[in-house]
Write a protein that binds this ligand. Structure first.
Ligand code: SF4
Length: 245
């Protein structure tokens, strides 16, 4: 992780926010959408609805056109409206700072709660998304495609103070380097990566290789490279994973 942190010193959430409420709204909107797109939508939304109490007064019909470009806008407007009403009624308009209270809000899952806890509420949280699943499994610092299980494995391995940074770093590594087709030749942890070691050994033995693209030997030898294994359900189902960014 230290090497990955040095490779991605800017790792942090890319969502723009100034309060826990704003980050919760932005994170709900970021499902199946790029952070960049969310950041285009949220300034106007935050001006019109500066806190949960203001958002609670909005109808889903009002919200839908304002968030349409983030996709799944009907479901997201229901989540935003339900979340805002629950925060107003149960928490006097303040975003709660525990996993249990956050995940009890409509439209708020464990990953979203961890994002808000770790980045806006000062409570250690380790959000596990598809990038964290893929990268941690490939390196060999986690095993499994269940985000809750992988979250526990990574939390057990890392000090609490590093949880959020660990997630941010693995996410950025997954977006930039360890993509579904990994750029292993640019990776700071190549020598420690289980996936890379395995594929290198197989390549050295001269057998057909399941190899990440861009690492050289297979491509140079002109042998067909098989796609790298993904870690999540999408990969398990044989479907190509959609990159977030
Ligand atoms: S060596 Fe390749 S597969 Fe391993 S973490 Fe780096 S980019 Fe991913």
């Amino acid at each position: 992780m230290a090497r990955l942190e040095r490779q991605h010193p800017d790792a942090d959430t890319e969502l723009h926010f100034t309060t826990p409420y704003e980050l919760l709204v932005a994170t709900i909107l970021s499902a199946q959408c790029t952070d960049e797109r969310v950041n285009q939508v949220t300034p106007a939304l935050f001006t019109r609805y500066p806190d949960a109490k203001a958002l609670a007064l909005a109808t889903t019909d009002e919200l839908e056109p304002q968030i349409q470009s983030t996709g799944f806008f009907r479901a997201k407007s229901k989540s935003l409206s339900g979340m805002a009403r629950a925060v107003s009624e149960r928490h006097k308009g303040e975003i709660p700072a525990t996993m249990a209270e956050l995940t009890a809000l409509p439209g708020v899952g464990r990953k979203t709660a961890n994002v808000v806890l770790g980045h806006a509420l000062g409570v250690p949280g380790l959000p596990v998304d598809r990038h964290v699943l893929r990268v941690s499994n490939r390196i060999g610092i986690a095993k499994g495609d269940d985000p809750v299980v992988v979250e526990q494995q990574l939390c057990d391995a890392m000090p609490k103070a590093k949880w959020t940074k660990t997630s941010d770093t693995l996410i950025l590594h997954g977006r930039r380097i360890c993509k579904p087709k990994p750029l292993c030749d640019k990776c700071a942890v190549r020598e420690d990566c289980l996936y890379y070691r395995k594929t290198s050994r197989v390549a050295a033995a001269g057998r057909p290789v399941r190899k990440p693209q861009g690492t050289g030997s297979t491509a140079a030898a002109g042998r067909p490279a098989r796609k790298p294994q993904g870690t999540g359900s999408t990969a398990a189902a044989g479907r190509p994973a959609r990159a977030k960014k």
